[in-house]
Design a protein around this ligand. Structure first.
Ligand SMILES: Cc1cc2nc3c(=O)[nH]c(=O)nc-3n(C[C@H](O)[C@H](O)[C@H](O)COP(=O)(O)OP(=O)(O)OC[C@H]3O[C@@H](n4cnc5c(N)ncnc54)[C@H](O)[C@@H]3O)c2cc1C
Length: 495
C-alpha cells in the first residue's frame, strides 16, 4: 500500500459505520484515510448487478428504518450528494393463511384497526412509547449511559428487556401475535429470550414514527453519499486493500477498525493484552442469513395484495411457527420452515430494473455457519403466500453464510448483526460497559456493529467511536449533533 504517512486517523473498513466514523472525524478538521478491503466501499450497503444486466440488487441491506431515525445521518447533507429516500406505503406486512395479512402501518390507529380485537393492546403497547420517541432515540442508539430521559427509558426497558413471547401475551389473535413475532425475530434470538422484545419494539416504533424507507437507486446510494461527503471534507478512501496485520497500516494518531472481534484478534492479537484477548474470544456470534437475490419478470403475486405495498414482507406464519424456527436456528438446527424476510424495492423504485421487470431479495434465518442450501425452503415459504412466484424468476443467485462471509469478513458465520444481540451483548458490546469503542491499545478503536448500538444501517456505532477518539486521542469533544431533528429533515423524500 502506498499511503501518505502521519494521518490523524485511519479507518479500516468502509461500511456505513466506518464511513460515519470517518465523516465525523473529518468534519472536525482531521486528516482521515479509509482503507477498504473490497473493490468498492459500502460493506452491508452496496448495490450491484448480481443477476442479469440492468437488474440492480442490494448486496445486503435494502430497508432502512434505523437510517431514517439516525441522529448522525440526519445531521449530514447527504441529499446534496444524491441520497433520496422513498417511503413505501407500508413498513411491513405479515401474511397468514386464510386471513388478511397483519399490517404495520405508519398510523398506529390503522395498525390497531387491522388487528381487530387486539387493536387496543397494540396501541396500549406503542402509544406511550411513541409519545417519548424523540427523547428515547438518542439513548437507544448509543452505548449504555445514564439516560437523558430516565422515565421514558425505564418504560421502554420494562417492556424491551423481556422476551417477545411474554409481551405477546397481550395479544389474543393470530394477526397481532404474528406481526409482533416477525418484528422481534429481527433480533435473531429465540423469541423466548430477552431482549427480543426490544428489537421488535424499536422496529414497530420506527415503522410508526418514520416508516421503513429505501434509498432511491439502492442502498449503495447511502454509501455514495457518505463517501462523497467525506471527500468534500478532505477525507480519502482507498479500496482493494485488505488489512491483515495492524503493522501494515501507515502511522496515525488513531486507528478505527470497522471489524468484528474475531477479525481484531486475527489482525492484532499480539498487540492486545491477554485479558482483552480472552474477552474478545468469548464474544458470541448469532445465527446467520441465507440470501437469495432475484431478477423477476413481474411483481410478486401476493395472495393478499396489501403485501405488495410493504417495504418488507415477513414470511413465517404464526407466532408459534416463527418461534419454532428461531429456536431451531439458535440450537444450530435448520428449521423445515425458516423465518423469511422479503424485500421488493422495484415496487417503489422502478429504476432498479429494466422496464416492467423487478428485483427482490429474500433471506432466511439459518443456523450460524450453516453449510446447506436453503433455496427450496425459502421458495416454499414465498409460494405459500405468493403462489406462482417461482414461475416469474428470470435469474437468482444464492448466498449462504460462507459466501456472505467470503464477500465481507464482518459477516462471521453469516451473522449479519456483527454478533449476537443477547442481553449481555446488547449493553456490553464487544467486551465491556465503559467506552466499548476503545481497546486497551493506545489509539486503537472499534467502530463496527460489534459496538453499541449494534446492527443495522444507522452509522451510530461510527459516530460514537469517533466521539471517543476525539475525547481520548485529541482531547476534545465532538461538535454536538445540531439536530436531533425530525427524521427526513433536510433529506429529499418521495412516497
Ligand atoms: C443479507 C443482509 C441483509 C441486511 N439487510 C439490512 C436491512 O435491510 N436494513 C438494515 O438496516 N441492515 C441490514 N443489514 C445489516 C447491515 O448491513 C449491517 O448492520 C451494517 O452494514 C453494519 O455496518 P458496519 O459498517 O458495521 O459493517 P459492514 O457494513 O459489514 O462493513 C464492514 C466493512 O469493512 C471491510 N473490512 C472488514 N475487514 C477488513 C480488513 N481487514 N481490511 C479492510 N477492510 C475490511 C469490509 O469489506 C466491509 O466493507 C443486512 C445485512 C446483510 C448481510
Amino acid at each position: 500500500m502506498s499511503h501518505r504517512t502521519e494521518r490523524d486517523a485511519i479507518v479500516v473498513g468502509a461500511g456505513p459505520n466506518g464511513l460515519a466514523a470517518a465523516v465525523a472525524l473529518a468534519r472536525e478538521g482531521l486528516d482521515v484515510l479509509v482503507i477498504e478491503g473490497a473493490a468498492k466501499p459500502g460493506g452491508g450497503t452496496r448495490t450491484a448487478e448480481l443477476t442479469l444486466p440492468g437488474f440492480r440488487h442490494d448486496v445486503c441491506s435494502t430497508v432502512h428504518p434505523l437510517a431514517a431515525v439516525s441522529p448522525f445521518l440526519a445531521s449530514l447533507p447527504l441529499h446534496k450528494h444524491g441520497l433520496e429516500w422513498i417511503e413505501p406505503p407500508l413498513p411491513c406486512a405479515h401474511p397468514l393463511a386464510d386471513r388478511p395479512a397483519a399490517l404495520l402501518t405508519r398510523d398506529p390507529g390503522s395498525t390497531a384497526a387491522g388487528l381487530g380485537n387486539d387493536g387496543p393492546a397494540w396501541t396500549g403497547l406503542v402509544d406511550p412509547l411513541l409519545e417519548h420517541w424523540s427523547d428515547l432515540l438518542p439513548d437507544l442508539l448509543g452505548p449504555l449511559h445514564r439516560p437523558r430521559y430516565p422515565r421514558a427509558m425505564a418504560r421502554f426497558g420494562l417492556l424491551g428487556l423481556r422476551p417477545a413471547t411474554v409481551i405477546a401475551r397481550r395479544f389474543r389473535e393470530d394477526g397481532a401475535r404474528a406481526l409482533w413475532a416477525g418484528l422481534c425475530a429481527h433480533s435473531f434470538l429465540p423469541l423466548e429470550q430477552s431482549p427480543s422484545a426490544a428489537i421488535g419494539l424499536v422496529l414497530a416504533l420506527t415503522g410508526h414514527a418514520s416508516g421503513w424507507p429505501i434509498a432511491r437507486g439502492g442502498s449503495g446510494m447511502i454509501t455514495e453519499a457518505l463517501a462523497a461527503h467525506l471527500v468534500t471534507l478532505g477525507g480519502e478512501i482507498h479500496t482493494g486493500s485488505r488489512v491483515s496485520r495492524l503493522e501494515e497500516l501507515p502511522t496515525a494518531r488513531a486507528v478505527l477498525l470497522n471489524v468484528t472481534p474475531r477479525q481484531l484478534l486475527s489482525i492484532g492479537r499480539e498487540k492486545l493484552p491477554a485479558r482483552y484477548v480472552r474477552r474478545l474470544e468469548r464474544y458470541r456470534y448469532g445465527p446467520a442469513a441465507f440470501k437469495l437475490d432475484y431478477a423477476l419478470a413481474e411483481p410478486v403475486p401476493w395472495t393478499d395484495p396489501m403485501c405488495a405495498r410493504a417495504s418488507t414482507v415477513h414470511l413465517g406464519g404464526t407466532l408459534e411457527d416463527v418461534a419454532t424456527a428461531e429456536r431451531s436456528c439458535a440450537r444450530g438446527e435448520m428449521p423445515a420452515r425458516p423465518f423469511v424476510l422479503f424485500s421488493q424495492p422495484t415496487a417503489f423504485d422502478a429504476g432498479r430494473a429494466p422496464a416492467g421487470r423487478h428485483v427482490g431479495w429474500a433471506y432466511a434465518h439459518v443456523p450460524h455457519g450453516w453449510p446447506g442450501d436453503a433455496t427450496d425452503m425459502i421458495e416454499t415459504q414465498i409460494e405459500r403466500f405468493a403462489p406462482g412466484f417461482k414461475d416469474l424468476i428470470l435469474e437468482r443467485i444464492a448466498r449462504g453464510p460462507r459466501a456472505l462471509e467470503q464477500d465481507n469478513p464482518n459477516l462471521v458465520g453469516g451473522d449479519i448483526n456483527g454478533g449476537a444481540l443477547d442481553l449481555r451483548q446488547l449493553f456490553a458490546r464487544p467486551t465491556g460497559l465503559l467506552d466499548p469503542y476503545k481497546t486497551p491499545v493506545e489509539g486503537l478503536f472499534l467502530c463496527s456493529s460489534s459496538t453499541p448500538p449494534g446492527g443495522g444501517v444507522h452509522g451510530m456505532c461510527g459516530w460514537h467511536a469517533a466521539r471517543s477518539v476525539l475525547r481520548k486521542v485529541f482531547g476534545r469533544r465532538a461538535t454536538p449533533l445540531t439536530s436531533l431533528r425530525r427524521p427526513w429533515a433536510g433529506a429529499s423524500m418521495s412516497t
